[in-house]
Ligand binder design. Structure first.
Ligand code: TXA
Ligand code: MG
Length: 346
C-alpha cells in the first residue's frame, strides 16, 4: 500500500475545508487508517464505528487484540451517541481539561462502537485532543475516531511524523504531518466508571492537577505493584522499548558511569540516557541528552525520540537516569520502567 503524506502547518489557522484535511478525512470515512498529530503523540486513526476500519489499526500496529483503544472526539456533542452516562466528576474534569491530555473511561452504550474498540468491555476510553490538526480532522470526518499511538506495537510512541513513517510506511493509507508533538507522553487514563476515579495510566495531565480539581484519586495497583495485573489492559505489556536492553539506574551519575565501565569492559557498546545537567558527567559510546532535569516537561517531550535514537546508534545496552515521580515525572518513570521491562539497577 502506498502511504500518502500531507504537510500541515500546525501553528497557522486551520480550516476543516483545507484540502490536506478533507483528503485525509475522506480516507477515514472510507474506513482507511490515517496517522495524525495530537498534543501528546501521533495517533493512528480509524472510524470507531466500523469494525473493518478498526481491524486495520490492529493489523498495521501488530497490536494484541485484548487492548482497547481510545476514542477521539472534536465536540462534546458526539458523546451522546456512544456514552450511556456521564458522572458529575467526569463532567467537571471535561470542563477543566478538555481539549487536553486526559482520557476518561466511561460507561458505553452497546451496539454503536465497533466491539474491537472496547475489546468487549462495557466501558470506553474517550478524549478530546488539544491539537488543531486532530480537531480539524475529526470534525471534518464527522466521526468518532479510534486512535492508539501510531507506532509498531512495543516500540516507543511517535512524536514526529518521521517516527510514524519509520514504523508504518506502506502499512497505512496516510500520514498528516503537523510537525513534532508537544507533551511527548500519552494522555492520562482515568476511570470514571466506578464510585471513585482511578488512575489507570499516568500521562500529560498530572495526578496532582486532577486531585486539585476532583479530590483524591485511587491508583490502579497494577501500576505500582509488580505482581498485580493492571486494569488498563495496555499497561501489562512491555512497551516503548528500543531494540537494545534498557536499565534504569537510580544511583546517581557516579554509579551510572561505574556500570557503563563494567559493561564496556565486557566488550559492549553502551548508551546513556541523561539530561542537560549531567551530560558532561559521562563517557560512553553514545550519550543522549533528554531535556532538563529541572523541568520534567522537557524530559517528557524529548523522551520517545531519545529512546528511538539508541536504535540508530546501534548500542548493545542502554542505561538511563531515573526521575522524580512527581508531576509529569510519574508518566516519564512509568514509560521508562515499561521500556526497561522493570529492570532497575541500584
Ligand atoms: O495520548 C494518547 O492517549 C494517545 C493519542 C494518540 O491520543 N493514544 C494512546 O492510545 O495512547 P493507546 O491505545 O496507545 O492507549 C490506550 C490506553 C491503553 O493503556 C488501554 O489499555 C487503555 O487506554 N484503555 C482503553 N480503553 C479502556 C477501557 N475501557 N478500560 C481501561 N483501559 C482502557
Ligand atoms: Mg501506545
Amino acid at each position: 500500500m502506498k502511504t500518502r503524506r500531507w504537510f500541515v502547518d500546525s501553528s497557522a489557522e486551520l480550516s476543516t475545508t483545507d484540502p490536506q484535511i478533507t483528503q485525509a478525512a475522506e480516507l477515514l470515512r472510507q474506513n482507511e487508517v490515517v496517522a495524525f498529530p495530537t498534543e501528546t503523540v501521533y495517533g493512528l486513526g480509524a472510524n470507531a464505528e466500523n469494525t473493518e476500519a478498526v481491524t486495520k489499526i490492529y493489523e498495521a500496529k501488530g497490536r494484541p487484540s485484548d487492548n482497547p483503544l481510545i476514542v477521539h472526539i472534536s465536540d462534546i456533542g458526539q458523546l451522546d451517541r456512544f456514552i450511556s452516562h456521564i458522572p458529575e466528576t467526569a463532567k467537571k474534569l471535561m470542563k477543566l481539561f478538555w481539549p487536553g491530555a486526559l482520557t476518561l473511561v466511561l460507561p458505553c452504550k452497546p451496539g454503536v462502537l465497533s466491539p474491537r474498540v472496547t475489546a468487549g468491555l462495557e466501558t470506553v476510553a474517550v478524549r478530546m485532543p488539544d491539537h488543531p490538526v486532530a480537531l480539524a480532522l475529526i470534525s471534518s470526518a464527522g466521526l468518532p475516531i479510534a486512535a492508539p499511538s501510531a507506532n509498531l506495537s512495543g516500540k516507543p510512541s511517535p512524536t514526529k511524523a518521521e517516527h510514524v513513517a519509520h514504523d508504518l510506511n506502506g502499512r497505512i493509507a496516510g500520514i498528516v504531518d503537523g510537525g513534532a508533538t508537544g507533551i511527548g507522553v500519552e494522555s492520562t487514563v482515568l476511570s470514571c466508571a466506578g464510585k471513585q476515579p482511578v488512575l489507570l495510566r499516568p500521562g500529560g495531565v498530572t495526578k496532582e492537577q486532577i486531585e486539585s480539581a476532583a479530590g483524591p484519586v485511587l491508583v490502579d495497583k497494577g501500576l505500582t505493584e509488580e505482581d498485580e495485573v493492571p486494569i488498563s489492559p495496555g499497561m501489562k505489556y512491555t512497551h516503548y522499548a528500543p531494540s537494545a536492553p534498557l536499565a534504569v539506574a537510580d544511583g546517581g551519575a557516579r554509579r551510572i558511569q561505574e556500570l557503563a565501565d563494567e559493561y564496556k569492559s565486557r566488550g559492549k557498546r553502551i548508551g546513556i540516557l541523561t539530561t542537560e545537567e549531567n551530560a558532561e558527567s559521562y563517557q560512553a559510546d553514545f550519550i543522549k541528552v533528554c531535556g532538563r532535569r529541572a523541568d520534567l516537561e522537557t524530559v517528557a517531550s524529548a523522551l520517545y525520540d531519545a529512546l528511538r535514537s539508541f536504535d540508530e546508534a546501534e548500542v548493545d545496552m542502554i542505561i538511563s537516569e531515573s526521575f522524580p515521580d512527581t508531576g509529569v515525572g510519574l508518566a516519564v518513570m512509568n514509560r521508562l520502567m515499561k521500556a526497561a521491562g522493570g529492570t532497575v539497577i541500584h
